[in-house]
Write a protein that binds this ligand. Structure first.
Ligand SMILES: C[S@@+](CC[C@H](N)C(=O)[O-])C[C@H]1O[C@@H](n2cnc3c(N)ncnc32)[C@H](O)[C@@H]1O
Length: 213
């Protein structure tokens, strides 16, 4: 099956109706990762078909859980999940943050070549980044354990926002070490077409400072 067919079948299975132009931009993004991977080592996944499953469909599986329009992807690497989300939903304003200069050089070029108007690339350590406005959604994939994610990135989340952590197997042990600054809203199993592995999305709600006394 070609990467194109894999994407079309996957989107159908997920019930995501993306127009042909968006599908084509998602595939162009995979091609860009492939091209830059030869020099910048952006991802260990090298096969385009596997990139469709493990990067595109995996990222898009969280789309139904994105509530609000200002979103920051912390430790985005080559733009995952931020770029597929920005491509799939142009009404999102997506900040792509990573501390690695090579990754952010790639991100700037990728956003330019893909004609993305709803992304901002930031090269900073997350704990040092102080934006003017907080975010509705702070998301990460393969970034850190839950406690560290909250410790490093909670200051970016608005009082009414959500922190979303993309995980593999149900993170029982990590959940026992959640800091008291957040409350667990839920852990949603995610179905990624053609992926023979478990995926979960952890939803964390910040505890308002005034509620803490
Ligand atoms: C394993 S990669 C995951 C990349 C991407 N989210 C994915 O799912 O493929 C983790 C990324 O986090 C970045 N990172 C690590 N610590 C960071 C920090 N304190 N602030 C910002 N980025 C950080 C690294 O540069 C790296 O690109």
């Amino acid at each position: 099956m070609s990467p194109e067919e894999k994407l079309v079948c996957g989107l159908e299975e997920m019930g995501l109706d993306l127009d042909p132009a968006t599908q084509s931009r998602l595939l162009s993004y995979v091609e860009l990762i492939q091209k830059w991977n030869q020099v910048y080592n952006l991802t260990a996944v090298r096969d385009p078909q596997k990139m469709v499953t493990q990067h595109l469909l995996d990222s898009l599986a969280v789309l139904p859980h994105i509530d609000g329009c200002r979103i920051i992807d912390v430790g985005t690497g080559p733009g995952l999940p931020g770029i597929p989300l920005a491509l799939a939903n142009p009404s999102l304003e997506v900040t792509l943050l990573d501390s690695n200069h090579k990754k952010t050089s790639f991100l700037r070029q990728a956003c330019l070549e893909l004609g993305l108007k709803n992304t901002t690339v930031v090269c900073e350590r997350v704990e040092a980044w102080r934006p003017e406005e907080k975010y509705d959604v702070v998301i990460s994939r393969a970034f850190s354990d839950l406690a560290e994610f909250v410790g490093l990135a909670l200051h970016l989340c608005s009082n009414t926002g959500l922190m979303l952590a993309m995980k593999g197997v149900y993170p029982y042990e990590e959940l026992t070490r959640l800091p008291a600054t957040v409350v667990l809203q839920g852990v949603e199993p995610l179905k990624v077409p053609s992926l023979d592995a478990e995926r979960h999305l952890v939803l964390l709600r910040p505890i308002k400072m005034e509620a803490m006394g």
